[in-house]
Design a protein around this ligand. Structure first.
Ligand SMILES: NS(=O)(=O)c1c(F)c(F)c(S(=O)(=O)CCO)c(N[C@H]2CCCc3ccccc32)c1F
Ligand SMILES: [Zn+2]
Length: 263
């Protein structure tokens, strides 16, 4: 049963029946709009270490049926948070070629074309992401909003392998590269709030950092993301395109989002 498969809207509507946290508190994603933003001068620029991975190392790209994810090396860490967080994997969310608005977080009610998530776990306290993912201080996800514009050679290092992971459970090996090149150049401007996984089991265990500045990929690159991958296995008689794998924005009552920048 593929949670994304049951249509985008009704699929999410049944999540709480099977995954109670999905109907709980601190759910992600959310919309960032002015009356919930609060400037916080203590928010430091994000500092990364070990992100420049040598090409002699390999990342594994996997189609897991609802996203395409790339394993990362645990030597990749976020330094500027209260604890050290080590990288586990990155993955993407996107829409479809007729509605190229597949970001999870929105700004002023506006979707971006897609969104990259780099998932880290608290390596000071937990030995791996699976033991960290249901702890309130377990995970930290860096979110990068993606819009169309100029061709992006760094994203192409991942996208050029999509034809080898078209179907569920297929894998491909990607030589290491500087993963920081996937991020915007302003790591000092971001939205920060405590939220959840945007996929079942929706644990409220994620410290979200969403960078203010989007990155660009070309229209052709976005089309490749929207029209290459399938949720189904190669042999499946009813192939299902992997599209619209973003969760709708959640209610964010009585809470504020900290921002590291003044308007
Ligand atoms: N948007 S999100 O909340 O960041 C988010 C997803 F949307 C999402 F689909 C996944 S997934 O694995 O199910 C498919 C892509 O990897 C994850 N994985 C995390 C949390 C669940 C368990 C786990 C185990 C090892 C490494 C990463 C993760 C995820 F964090
Ligand atoms: Zn995600």
């Amino acid at each position: 049963w593929n949670k994304w498969q049951l249509g985008s809207s009704d699929g999410e509507r049944v999540w709480p029946k099977m995954f109670p946290f999905c109907g709980g508190v601190f759910q992600s994603p959310i919309d960032f709009h002015n009356d919930i933003l609060q400037y916080d001068s203590t928010l430091l620029p994000i500092e990364l270490e070990g992100y420049n991975v040598s090409p002699t190392e390999e990342f594994i790209l996997t189609n897991n049926g609802h996203s395409v994810r790339m394993s990362l090396s645990q030597s990749m860490r976020i330094r500027s948070l209260p604890s050290h967080y080590s990288a586990a994997q990155l993955h993407l969310h996107w829409g479809n070629r007729n509605k190229q608005e597949g970001s999870e977080h929105t700004i002023g009610g506006r979707h971006f074309a897609a969104e990259l998530h780099i998932v880290h776990y608290n390596s000071d306290k937990y030995r791996d992401v699976n033991s960290a993912m249901d702890k309130s201080d377990g995970l930290a996800v860096l979110a990068i909003l993606i819009e169309t514009g100029t061709f992006n050679p760094s994203f192409e290092k991942i996208f050029s392998h999509f034809r080898n992971v078209k179907y569920k459970d297929q894998e491909a090996f990607i030589p290491g590269f500087n993963v920081q090149d996937l991020l915007p150049d302003r790591l000092d401007e971001y939205y920060r709030y405590e939220g959840s996984l945007t996929t079942p089991p929706c644990y409220p265990s994620v410290l979200w950092t969403v960078f203010r500045k989007p990155v660009q990929i070309s229209e052709e690159q976005l089309l490749a993301l929207e029209s290459t991958l399938y949720c189904t296995q190669p042999s499946d008689p009813a192939p299902l395109e992997m599209v619209n794998n973003y969760r709708r924005v959640q209610e964010f009552d009585e809470r504020l989002v900290s921002v590291s920048f003044r308007q």
